[in-house]
Design a protein around this ligand. Structure first.
Ligand code: ADP
Length: 461
């Protein structure tokens, strides 16, 4: 096992990794930008090294600075968490070249899955269903996009070949929209990923986002740990996730799980990963992408399978075999994760500032992953995710009740959060019935916000 691990991240995931390391007896090194000198992950790690100024390019994305810290401080492993450098093949390679273990898949798998048209081609060849879309390496010219749209039939979704975080994505319903939005999506992709290569995919109406958690060791053993339903999204970004998917059946889980494991095995993937699918109302499912890292929402899978995924990622990277076999995986109860963002619940604009008073909910089946404390200043420079509230109960009805009780107990003064939005989601009849698709929030955002009125005990600005 490793002796010293550098955590190349910040916030909730950095703390999550430090905790896993403590249990494994591994010393930790935190890195931080000058904006994060008072951050909790800096206080919790055994050692902490300032890596640069606030801008992510100069700190958490600065590969030479991080690699030289690894070497100077003698770490034998690096955990990238999610976001930042977690899906950067160059970083994984730089770690390897420096003789340090990158806790994640090989650089070539990160690059492969990061090239979405290529990943689609490989999946299609392996018999994993994909949606009709652009063939080959993608499109860079409007006229090719128009030809593809004609062949696919509207509506279609424009996507960035190097995409992530919903950037460069646009739904288009006719030729005019395509002509107008293709250059915009392309510019957005260029700004975010430095790539003008796009691809088109048939847009699936009323689909659910259902993803499978994969665990694979270095000896090509791969299993899945069931699914997560992440259909509650805003602008193609997840807001609330749950496990299991409310409409999942044993047979469908077997079929989708098998396809997900095949997706990982066909490329010889190792470590944790997530195979994302869209599940159509008719029960057909389609591969959309594979994320080659731990996900924000990994906690719901941990709760229903009683598996520590971060621990597993570290063990696998250290060359150890999988801790369990497919038939040992059991899904028990229901878990829901609510992403708590420092944002105005009405405008969705970030709401950074000082947390003047903080109380986390607790009790049976309530788990809070947060980097907040009294007096902590939420910086303006990074993702506004400040906490993840995860509840687990024997069944979905009880999990919803537990989630609402926990949200009402949550106290975060000084900044605004999206807690009222979560309360509203959990009260919606369609959500309670489990009848929803990725358009859920869009459909409700126009509706009157009666249920979002502040509740007694919720003090979130
Ligand atoms: P990113 O990597 O930018 O997050 P994804 O390909 O994972 O992009 O898609 C993000 C979300 O967009 C999905 O969860 C889903 O809600 C929606 N989406 C993606 N592809 C399609 C599609 N072909 N039809 C309908 N919705 C889609």
């Amino acid at each position: 096992m490793f002796k010293k691990l550098l955590v190349a991240n910040r916030g909730t995931i950095a703390i999550r990794i430090i905790r896993a390391c403590r249990e494994l007896g591994i010393r930790t090194i935190a890195i931080y930008s000058t904006a994060d000198k008072d951050a909790l992950h800096v206080r919790m790690a055994d050692e902490a090294v300032c890596i640069g100024p606030p801008a992510a390019e100069d700190s958490y994305l600065n590969i030479p600075a991080i690699v030289s810290t690894v070497l100077t401080y003698g770490a034998d492993a690096v955990h990238p968490g999610y976001g930042f450098l977690s899906e950067n093949g160059d970083f994984a390679e730089a770690c390897k070249r420096s003789g340090v273990t990158f806790v994640g898949p090989r650089a070539r798998h990160i690059r492969l899955m990061g090239d979405k048209p290529r990943a689609r081609r490989i999946m299609k060849r392996a018999g994993v269903p994909v949606l009709p879309g652009s063939e080959g390496t993608g499109v860079t010219e409007l006229k090719n996009a128009q030809e593809d749209a004609k062949r696919l039939g509207f509506p279609v979704l424009i996507k960035a070949a190097a995409g992530g975080g919903g950037k460069g994505m646009r739904v288009v319903r006719d030729d005019q929209e395509l002509a107008r939005l293709f250059p915009l999506a392309q510019a957005e992709s260029d700004a975010a990923f430095g790539s003008r290569t796009m691809y088109l995919e048939k847009y699936l109406e009323r689909a659910r986002h259902v993803e499978f958690q994969i665990l694979a060791d270095n000896n090509r053993n791969a299993i899945h740990l069931g699914e997560r339903d992440c259909s509650i999204q805003r602008r193609h970004q997840k807001v609330l996730e749950e496990a299991p998917c409310p409409v999942m059946t044993k047979r469908l889980r077997e079929r989708m799980g098998k396809a997900a494991v095949r997706a990982a095995q066909v490329v010889g993937y190792s470590n944790v990963g997530t195979v994302e699918f869209l599940l159509a109302p008719d029960g057909q499912f389609y591969f959309i992408e594979m994320n080659t890292r731990i996900q924000v929402e990994h906690g719901v899978t941990e709760m229903v399978t009683a598996t520590d995924l971060v621990r597993e990622s570290i063990r696998i990277a250290a060359g150890e075999p999988l801790g369990l076999k497919q038939k040992q995986v059991e899904i028990a109860g229901a878990a829901i994760e609510m992403r708590v963002y420092a944002e105005d619940p009405d405008t969705h604009l970030p709401s950074p500032g000082v947390v003047t008073n903080h109380h986390s909910p607790g009790g049976l089946g309530v788990r809070v992953e947060t980097a907040l404390y009294d007096g902590y200043r939420v910086p303006v420079h990074y993702d506004p995710l400040i906490a993840k509230l995860i509840v687990h109960a024997d069944d979905r009805g009880l999990a919803i009740a537990r989630a609402k009780a926990a949200l009402r107990e949550y106290l975060i003064d000084g900044i605004k959060t999206n807690i009222p939005l979560h309360l509203r989601i959990l009260d919606e009849a369609d959500f309670v019935r489990g009848e929803f698709a990725t358009d859920f929030l869009k459909r409700y955002e126009g509706a009157p916000a009666a249920a979002a009125a502040p509740m007694r005990g919720v003090a979130n600005g």
